[in-house]
Each structure stands twice: as C-alpha cells, then as structure tokens.
Design a binder for this molecule. Structure first.
Ligand code: THG
Length: 391
C-alpha cells in the first residue's frame, strides 16, 4: 500500500515547524507487522495523510492538516479509527483477581457496564500502561490498552500465579465518534438510547441485527462515544452508516489530535510517562486507591511512595515564542541553568495563541506561575508552569 507519493500528499502534511519536513514526511513502510484495521480501506479513501504505529497497528493521525482537523473536532464531529486501542480480554473464575493485580485502583465495587481509567503498574509501582478497563461480566473484563505490550505481562501473571483465567486479544476494534455533534450523529445510527449512556459507562446497542458495546468515552475532551466493533466484517458497514447519517453534520474522518490532547491534558503512554514513573508522578493519584487495592502487585511499592509523596509531577507548560518544532525527544527544563524537569509533548495552540506543553517538573519548581526555561530543539525559550488541562 502506497501512502505518500500521490499528488496531494507530496507536500509535507504539517504546516507547523520545519521538523515535520525532516522527521515526519518520510514514508511509513507498511507490512503485516504494522497491522491494518477493519476500516483501513475507508481511512485511505478518506485521504489520510499521516499515520503513527500504536500497539503494532496503524493509527491515522492527520487527514486535512493537524490544525484543520483540530478545529473540525472542536466544532463538528469526527469518526476515528482507533482499532489500535486493542483489548486484552481476561476471562474466567480468577478474572477479577487478575485484573486487580494489575492496578492500584480499587475495582471491588466496579459494576458491570462501567469503564474505569486504570493506571497499571509493575512491582516497583512503575507505569506499564494507562488503559480504560471495562467490566463486561463478573468473570469477564476488557482492558483497552495504550501503547505497550500489556498482553504479555497479563499472560505471564496468569500462568505464573496458576490463575484460572484466559488472557487473549479478541477481534475487537474501537471506532470513536468525537466532537460536539457526536450525540446527534450517534442517535441517528443507534437511536435515542445512546443519549442515556453516562460518561465512562457502556451499554449494548443494536446495529444491523448485532449488539455492540458503546461507551461514552474517548481520547478527547470534546465529548463522544466509542463503539467496540467485535467483528472485522462490521467495520466498513458501521463506518458507512456513520458517514451516511452525518453528511449534513459535516462528519469527517479524524484521529487523536496532538493539539487537542495536549490542551486537554490527556497523557500519552510512552511520550509523557514510562515505566520510570509512578501514577502519582503522572498526576494519576486520583485513580489510585492503593490501600484498598488488595492484590495489586505494585501495592507495597506505591504505599511507600505515597507516604512521602512524589518529588516530581506532570504539569502543563506554556512555552513562549513562535510555534515550536515537533517534540520528538525529551526537552530539558531549566531554572537558573539547572535542570528541574523535562517536556515530553509540545505544540502550538491556535486557541490559546501560545505553545502548550506537558512535562515532568521537580517539586521545587512545579507551582503554577513558576517561570522556567525550556531547551527546545531549536533553542531555549521562556516557559510558565500551569495546571492541566490548559486554559
Ligand atoms: N479509549 C479507549 N481505550 C484507550 C483510550 C481511550 N486506550 C488507549 C488510551 N486511550 C488510554 N489512555 C487514556 C488516557 C486518558 C483517558 C482515557 C484513556 C481519559 N481520561 C479522562 C481524564 O483524564 O480526565 C477521564 C478519566 C475519568 O474521569 O475516568 O479519558 O481513549 N477505549
């Protein structure tokens, strides 16, 4: 499959900064390893201009331009091929015990039909993933993972602990509908009942004689849903139904948008956090109930670090000057010439008229309003610490 060399994509797909030309224009070689999704053909037909690879699968990132996609997402409605949000299914008598081993969030009162944002940690309390966990039944969970091979860790625990639980990656590919007109569009395809789905809850909704899990969730703060397409052959009919129903709403293909997610303070595993970080450093302490998370393999380690509190934490930053180049490696953050943190994601925000960023900052300098310096790849710039989400 040829991605770039068509007449409309020869031009660099990004308008911001020179770095895109050198780092982001090369062709992404596609093979069996960079797995296709149930709607890859529709994505290509919609004129996708850029992909990344996430969980060894194609993730479309740009259609028109990053800025045009961003404004469209904030004003209208988009359909996202987020099949790369793979599900780790955990099923069997020990399923609940195994899922609780993974996370310091207390799942004991989780009810069927709930989605929980769940930091997942190793035995040192280091972040392994930050998935959304769905409880389908008392003995069946889906862990909707971010970009790390969580399946292998979960299978290892299940085998090593001799648990009665099957761990697999089912044929499930989320399709997200995001944006202020998402309720309108979804109602047309699934009926008025979708409106009653509460944030981070899911319900079974009918589509062409099948029942699909639909949740009110998604990787943007513009509102919307995720449809868990549990059969590859349903992908294209569902995509087509959404586009047919949403023509007058200006529905378009989209994807997780870097500008919107940095403004919104949505973290990206592998970018803003790694195994080196605890959930508390990531600002995910509100999703941890460590004392009650009996069985979590990272419980002891996290009890130790929470007693003292983190000494560095995720913060927002506003970076002065012209639009920054793409942040493809950590940028050091300085105070009086000494490093006090690093920036992991940064982009020009057309809405706030400044560069917005996410970084990890030492406690001595993490107070909002603190002025620091960022060693961006094109030079040093002034930056101000702020809370997330940006406003
Ligand atoms: N949806 C589903 N799977 C996913 C993602 C998703 N897997 C990969 C990735 N995204 C996982 N990471 C996140 C990060 C943030 C959120 C969801 C998944 C998120 N956070 C809100 C917040 O932080 O304010 C709300 C959390 C809450 O209140 O519970 O939505 O997007 N299926």
């Amino acid at each position: 499959m040829r991605i770039l060399p068509s007449s409309r994509t020869l031009r660099a797909p990004f308008s911001i900064g020179d770095g895109y030309a050198t780092l982001h224009s090369p062709i992404l070689s596609i093979s069996r390893r960079t797995r296709r999704t149930p709607v890859s053909a529709r994505v290509a037909a919609s004129g996708v201009k850029g992909y990344t690879v996430y969980n060894h699968m194609l993730l479309p990132t740009v259609f028109d331009s990053m800025e045009a996609d961003y404004w469209h997402l904030k004003r209208h409605v988009q359909v996202w091929d987020v099949a790369c949000e793979r599900q780790v299914e955990v099923r069997g008598p020990d399923a609940a015990r195994l899922v609780q081993m993974l996370t310091p969030r207390d799942l004991s009162s989780m009810t069927i039909g709930r989605c929980y944002y769940t930091p997942m940690v190793d035995e040192t309390g280091g972040m392994l993933n930050d998935p959304v966990t769905l409880k389908l039944d008392d003995d069946r969970y889906w862990i909707s993972i971010a970009d790390s091979d969580l399946l292998l860790w979960v299978k290892g625990l299940a085998f090593g602990m001799r648990l009665e639980a099957d761990v697999s990656e089912p044929d499930v590919s989320p399709l997200a509908v995001q944006g202020p007109k998402a309720d309108q569009l979804m109602t047309r395809v699934f009926g008025e009942q979708v409106r009653s789905i509460r944030f981070f809850h899911f319900r079974l909704m009918g589509f062409q004689g099948r029942q699909l899990i639909v949740s009110r969730s998604g990787y943007s703060r513009q509102g919307g849903f995720e449809i868990y397409v549990d059969q590859t052959s349903l992908g294209e009919p569902l995509w087509d139904a959404l586009f047919a129903a949403g023509e007058d709403l200006g529905v378009s293909a989209g994807g997780p948008n870097l500008i919107e997610r940095v403004e919104s303070g949505l973290l990206s595993y592998g970018n803003d956090m790694t195994r080196e970080n605890t959930p508390h450093e990531c600002g995910l302490g509100r999703f941890c109930d460590t004392p009650d998370a009996i069985g979590c393999v990272g419980r002891d380690a996290l009890l130790r670090v929470t007693a003292e509190g983190p000494i560095r934490q995720i913060r927002g930053l506003k970076i002065a000057g012209e639009p920054v180049p793409p942040c493809t490696e950590l940028w050091p953050v300085f105070a009086d010439g000494e490093q006090v943190g690093s920036v992991s994601s940064a982009i020009w925000s057309p809405e706030f008229n400044t560069n917005v960023a996410i970084g990890m900052i030492r406690m001595t300098h993490w107070a909002p309003g603190t002025m620091l310096e960022v060693g961006a790849s094109d030079g040093t710039r002034a930056a101000e610490v702020c809370n997330l989400p940006h406003d």
